[in-house]
Design a protein around this ligand. Structure first.
Ligand code: ZN
Length: 281
C-alpha cells in the first residue's frame, strides 16, 4: 500500500462518487476526483525514482528489469480489461536495489519492485507475478483514493464548507486515531487486492500453484518487514489463498487457450518491452 500522499487541492463535500470495484463489485465512496490523486502520486513516485537514481539504486539490473516489465505487461493488459479506464493511465514499472523496498504500487499505475525482495523469497517468474498482480489489484481498485475519501469523511461536514485535502492527508499520516479508524478498510482492501490479483494472474497465464507457493513463502517469513505486514495472521492467509488457488484453476485453464495480450508501456517511460516472446507460463 501507498503510505505517503501529498495532495494540494480543495474540494466540496458534494463531490461524492459511488463506484464498484473490479472482480468483487464492492461499492465504494470516492469523494475525491481521480485526476489529482493520480497526479500527486506520480509526482511523489518520480521524486522517489530521482532519489534512487542519485544513489545508483534504480534500474541497474537491466535483464531483471526487462523480465519484470514483461510480467507486468501481461498483468496490466488483463487489468485494463477489468478496468477500461486504466488503459489511459501511464503505467510505469521500475526496479530498485534499495533493501528497504519490497514492492508497492501508487495510484495511476506506478509500481516499484525491490530486487532484495525477489532474492529474499527466491521468487520465480510466476510467484513474482502473483505479488505484482496483488499490487496492480490495489491500483485498479483505487484503494488509495478510497482511503483519502474515507479519512475526509471523519471530519464534521459543514454546509458550503470546503474540505482541505492537505489536512486530511496530514491526519492520515500523523493522527493515530485516523489510522486506527482506517484499519478495517485497509484490511478489507488487502483481501480485495488478493482477490483481484489472483483473477489477474490466472487470466495472464500464471500457474495457480504459484499462488500457493508464493503465499506459503511469505507465511514462513521470520517476522521481517514485508509488503504483507498488514495482511493479518499468516495461517488465515494461507487457508484463504488455498481456496483462491482452487478458484484460479479454471480461470487459468481458460486463459491457456487464448493468446494472452500484453500491455505496451508508453515510450516516454519505457522502451517497448511487451515482446510476444515474453511468457510466464
Ligand atoms: Zn497489499
Amino acid at each position: 500500500m501507498v503510505r505517503s500522499w501529498i495532495v494540494v487541492m480543495m474540494l466540496t463535500c458534494s463531490d461524492l462518487v459511488f463506484a464498484g470495484v473490479p472482480v468483487t463489485d464492492r461499492a465504494q465512496d470516492l469523494l475525491f476526483p481521480r485526476a489529482p490523486v493520480q497526479t500527486t502520486a506520480a509526482e511523489s513516485y518520480h521524486r522517489e525514482l530521482q532519489r534512487l537514481a542519485s544513489l545508483g539504486k534504480l534500474d541497474v539490473d537491466k535483464p531483471r528489469l526487462l523480465q519484470i516489465r514483461q510480467i507486468c505487461s501481461r498483468l496490466i493488459a488483463q487489468a485494463i480489461l477489468l478496468k477500461p479506464a486504466a488503459a489511459h493511465w501511464p503505467w510505469e514499472v521500475h526496479l530498485t536495489s534499495d533493501p528497504g523496498v519490497a514492492a508497492y504500487s501508487m495510484s495511476g499505475g506506478k509500481l516499484l519492485v525491490g530486487s532484495d525482495f525477489i532474492d529474499k523469497y527466491h521468487l520465480n517468474d510466476n510467484e513474482l507475478a502473483v505479488a505484482l498482480a496483488h499490487e496492480i489489484g490495489h491500483v485498479i481498485a483505487e484503494h488509495v483514493r478510497e482511503q483519502i475519501s474515507m479519512a475526509a469523511g471523519f471530519e464534521p461536514r459543514v454546509p458550503n464548507r470546503t474540505v482541505n485535502v492537505v489536512d486530511v492527508i496530514n491526519s492520515m499520516e500523523s493522527d493515530i486515531s485516523v489510522f486506527l479508524r482506517l484499519q478495517p478498510l485497509s484490511r478489507l482492501q488487502e483481501m480485495e487486492a488478493d482477490d483481484i490479483g489472483i483473477e489477474l494472474a490466472a487470466r495472464a497465464g500464471v500457474y495457480p500453484a504459484a499462488i500457493i507457493s508464493f503465499y506459503t513463502k511469505l507465511a514462513r517469513q521470520d517476522g521481517g518487514r514485508s509488503i504483507f505486514d498488514t495482511h493479518g495472521p499468516s495461517s488465515q492467509r494461507v487457508e484463504f489463498i488455498e481456496s483462491m488457488a482452487d478458484y484460479a484453476r479454471p480461470v487459468y485453464a481458460a486463459s491457456y487457450k487464448k493468446n494472452v495480450p500484453a500491455y505496451i508501456f508508453m515510450p516516454k517511460y519505457h522502451v517497448n518491452t511487451a515482446s510476444r516472446a515474453a511468457s510466464i507460463r
